[in-house]
Write a protein that binds this ligand. Sequence first.
Ligand code: G3H
Length: 547
Amino acid sequence: MDIQPISVYEEKLQSSFPTKDSIPFEVRISGKKYEPLYLLDGKILKWDGNLEDVSSPICINENGQIKRTIIGQVPSMDEAAAMEGLNAAVRAWNNGRGEWPTMSVKERISAVEQFVARMRLVRDEVVKLMMWEIGKSLEDSYKEFDRTVDYIIKTIEALKEVDRNNSRFSLDDGVIAQVRRSPLGVCLSMGPFNYPLNETYTTLIPALIMGNTLVVKPPKFGVMLHQPLLEAFAECFPKGVVNFIYGTGSKIISPIMKSGLVDVLAFIGSSRVADVLKLQHPRPHRMRCILGLDAKNPALVMPDADLDLAVKECVTGSLSFNGQRCTGLKIMFVHKSIIDQFLTKLAEAIDKLPQGMPWEKGVKLTPLPEFDKAVRLKGYIDDAITKGAKVVNQGGGAFYETLFKPAIVYPIAPNADLYDVEQFGPVVPVCSYNDEQEFLDFVTNSNYGQQLSVFGNNPKIIARLIDQLTNQVSRININSQCQRGPDTLPFTGRKDSAEATLSISDALRCFSIRSLVAAQSNENSRDIIQNIVNGRHSNFLNTDFIL
Ligand code: G3H
């Protein structure tokens, strides 16, 4: 194949951006004006302070000038407004005596059921905003929405099951008791930009349904998509139970943390920021943390691996949503006997991935939302090149504004940034190895411990690797890419990768603590308990069975 100059690829990327008129009518959002709204104490209010532009990574070609588009504005709140959001959640919690935290599980479930029905009504609107705000393909944006709705429905079912099991008394050593799960308090919920809906809601909804009250701060990108849902939050839950605040983290989150009023921190982002937030809390032992943090999941491709399968999984593993997944494969170790074949097949597969605008049918690579991300990625590639690597695929690393052609970079030296930095973008670092020990050393020395993938067919070797690696990472994937799903499985990580475990049922545990009511099993206490239960005097102490 002829080697084309990089400018050819850059021009191709440049020509992928649409003019305003060529955008299909059904995917446009410009028809609707989005006001800078926020949700405080049960009311949707219009913010009249400073605003921040929402800049879409989907650039528009205006007479040959290609620029990011401003698709709306969101509030850029100050400290006082953020504290109002927190105080509303504190009031709704009311030291655990608020309407929501003391409501029966059945009633809370019914509120969440109403919410999910309302949520379905704004599916198209949320999905379109997601596509415009973070550049996720229309198809994947729909998948994210539907997966989130499914998650909520399964969460409701899981809570019913928990409640059924807790609707009985135990009698042991002369003590009669009922054990339930109670909410923890005020939860600060902050999701990431790559799954702005799903990863926010997979903590927000369990926290909510367990009876906690919330302050939600959407990520830097993926902010407006929450707006069509504000009304449902305002109308389905008592006032102050869910509050949305917007703005720069350092300005609005620091005072919230320093107040010491946050009981639960649900944060998906970097370990660096998580450490800052934790340290700001005056009594960190009072704050439960549910954290999804950095990862650098590696793949090991052994000599007997089914190469076509390994390549297919490595392509989706490293480049789904442009490599912007915490579970993405971020480095590959391939045995030296198959490295040439692997690289050839990988380059062929990657070069076939359709790149373009997120609404194009079958598109796999789309614009990147983070400002200057392409320049940063190029910096990692240049660093690896100075340390002996090459870009293996044609045009890899070419970029134009927010579109970046994926680059396979090989061989990655241990002192190159790409060896241990989480690139979170379309750069695929590959190393070759002689001895599995090199892979084991990488995993052991890594600061991260989320997941890994092994590709091979020898059960004995795979068994040995499993036994050596299960205490290093939280999930080992055999002959498949790393991933979070299905959502019934535990999702967590070791070292700098996570704190606490999420899954549909685990999340309910994360956002609650066990409380119990106990008494000596004598006639008097049995009478009291019987009276409370028969008269349905308590939301906690009861034997109601939710069907
Ligand atoms: O960004 C991290 C996500 O939780 C990954 O989820 O494996 O389903 O893409 P996923």
